[in-house]
Design a protein around this ligand. Structure first.
Ligand SMILES: O=C(O)c1ccccc1NCC(=O)[C@H](O)[C@H](O)COP(=O)(O)O
Length: 311
């Protein structure tokens, strides 16, 4: 079976990343092969810094002391039943590696602006919100989870982080998340099972993301899959191109059909811009959609959400 495609660390170590012209081969092998690898390699450095400031035990204590989490998957199911549309997970996304800054008014120090986006999504009919927490590549932050929650937003919150360690799971919960993203391309099944358990230990639900049929087949073997939801990301990580055909192709596979049989909610993620796109992924079998760019870049995010869910 195909295991993970992303290497967790540079093969010759972080120090050898700049070994320069005297050692071409090592320098070349130490280059990330795609953006996901680059992000994940940086996570190793970032988590080590966090841990120096706040040890794991303290983050776990803070996670356990957080107010009770909300039912993320339940909110999607309820919205889908109410509207006969996929439940919308609306993403609070300032910037991305593929586009750069998407919403310039989303000033990183203007807290009110971020919160207004989240509140507008909720008013427009989003079932849940996805909050990007990566700073370096997406200009997000864990503090956005806390600010959105403190502003009284009721929608359950997904911590959209590139998780490689339980530390991030506990940090997500301590910051106010109700669910975390786990990416199949990054995590072998043993790590996936472990991180699902870590998430459940503090009351978090999991959205497990795949890019390919092979990844979905591997996820269907997880011991802990029941109670999680799945997502298909339509973005090619080499070219950044989005293709909704990826969702259709994966859902038509035997693995996709098994997802439906087992009653697991599937989200279509990335590249959803119009009500026709929503109808397309819904007809492929998706009970949820995860949308960022198309709604965050519009001046009126509330109207953008309403328009997307119309028809
Ligand atoms: O958005 C990117 O450029 C990106 C690049 C590399 C890895 C992940 C990336 N995005 C994360 C996401 O999954 C999307 O933010 C999310 O699905 C929403 O996508 P969109 O509606 O196309 O903004």
């Amino acid at each position: 079976m195909q295991e993970v495609t992303i290497r967790r660390r540079p093969p010759h170590g972080i120090e050898a990343q700049n070994c320069g012209p005297v050692d071409f081969k090592r320098a070349e092998e130490n280059q990330p092969r795609n953006i996901l690898e680059e992000i994940v390699w940086h996570k190793g450095v970032e988590i080590a810094r966090w841990r120096e400031r706040v040890p794991l035990g303290m983050v776990m204590t803070a996670a356990k002391a957080s107010p009770a989490p909300r039912d993320f998957i339940g909110a999607i199911q309820a919205a889908a039943e109410r509207t006969a549309k996929p439940g919308l997970i609306a993403e609070v996304k300032k910037a991305s590696p593929s586009i750069g800054v998407i919403q310039p008014d989303f000033d990183p120090v203007d807290y009110a602006c971020r919160v207004q986006i989240a509140q507008a999504y909720e008013r427009g009919g989003a079932a849940c919100l996805s909050v990007l927490t990566d700073k370096k590549f997406f200009q997000g932050g864990f503090e956005n989870l806390t600010l959105i929650r403190q502003a009284g937003v009721q929608c359950p919150l997904l911590c959209k982080e590139f998780i490689v360690e339980a530390y991030q799971v506990f940090k997500a919960r301590a910051s106010g998340a109700d669910a975390v993203l786990l990416i199949a391309a990054v995590l072998p099944n043993s790590d996936m099972n472990y991180l699902i358990k870590a998430a459940r230990s503090v009351g978090l639900q999991c959205l497990i993301e795949v890019h390919t049929v092979a990844e979905l087949e591997r996820m269907l073997l997880l011991n802990n899959l029941e109670g999680c939801m799945l997502g298909i990301n339509n973005r090619d990580l080499q070219t950044f191109k989005v293709d909704l055909g990826n969702t259709k192709q994966i859902m038509e596979s035997a693995a996709g059909q098994e997802v439906l049989k087992r009653g697991i909610i599937m989200a279509g993620e990335s590249g959803i811009f119009t009500p026709d796109d929503v109808a397309f992924v819904q007809s492929a079998g998706c009970g949820a959609i995860l949308v960022g760019e198309s709604i965050v870049k519009q001046g009126d995010p509330e109207a953008a959400v309403r328009t997307l869910l119309e028809q």
